[in-house]
Design a protein around this ligand. Structure first.
Ligand SMILES: CC(C)(COP(=O)(O)OP(=O)(O)OC[C@H]1O[C@@H](n2cnc3c(N)ncnc32)[C@H](O)[C@@H]1OP(=O)(O)O)[C@@H](O)C(=O)NCCC(=O)NCCS
Length: 174
């Protein structure tokens, strides 16, 4: 990893920085996320802090440069008994001025490393025309298994998504 940034799980006390970056992501790349700026902008800091995982397998990882949050990537495990061997990576975003410096790659690596301690399958979905994200995910071993047509609608434009999976080794002792 570059010396210029470091990665750690976000805590409830990171809520102000997390909200700013999340809203920047939703506003600047609406086609890349299922959530929308309109839905999340009204959320209070208390709600956001309460949603920040503090225990269990779910996590939001933040990339920090000189204590400023410059990127993030989330991980969540499916909850039901028959699906909780699978997790999903969500909300991957790097501030524009920090792109192409391997921050995204480091965040996704961190999610993979963390996921491999909890699940045997990691899923992700990426816009079919989102070359930077596709290249990042494919480069770290994610494989396409299908295309969801019209997965995201932004205003009157529909966006297809490539569905991806990454097989992970069975965690020790599982
Ligand atoms: C996708 C995103 C997180 C990548 O972050 P990043 O820090 O720029 O990525 P990295 O610097 O780690 O680059 C990883 C790979 O992607 C490639 N890449 C990065 N930006 C690229 C671009 N604009 N076009 C083509 N390839 C690109 C890099 O060359 C590298 O590939 P390589 O290993 O083959 O050289 C960032 O572009 C982003 O936040 N985009 C907007 C939000 C988004 O689309 N999120 C994904 C939702 S699924």
């Amino acid at each position: 990893m570059s010396d210029s940034f470091s990665i750690r799980p976000l805590r409830p006390s990171d809520a102000p920085a997390y909200r700013d970056l999340r809203l920047e992501a939703l506003q600047s790349s609406p086609e890349a996320f299922g959530s929308s700026y309109e839905e999340e902008a009204p959320l209070s800091l208390e709600t956001i802090a309460a949603r920040t995982p503090t225990s269990g397998p779910n996590a939001i990882f933040g990339a920090f440069a000189a204590d400023v949050l410059i990127g993030m990537a989330g991980f969540a495990v499916y909850e039901r008994l028959k699906t909780r061997h699978k997790g999903v990576m969500w909300g991957v975003f790097v501030k524009p001025e920090w792109r192409k410096q391997r921050v995204g790659q480091a965040l996704v690596r961190q999610v993979i490393d963390h996921a491999s301690r909890h699940v045997i399958m990691l899923e992700a979905a990426v816009g079919l025309t989102n070359e930077s994200a596709r290249r990042t995910y494919h480069g770290l071993g994610f494989k396409p298994y299908g295309i969801e047509r019209k997965a995201i609608r932004v205003s009157d434009v529909f966006h297809d998504e490539e569905l991806l999976y990454l097989d992970l080794p069975q965690p020790k002792g599982a």
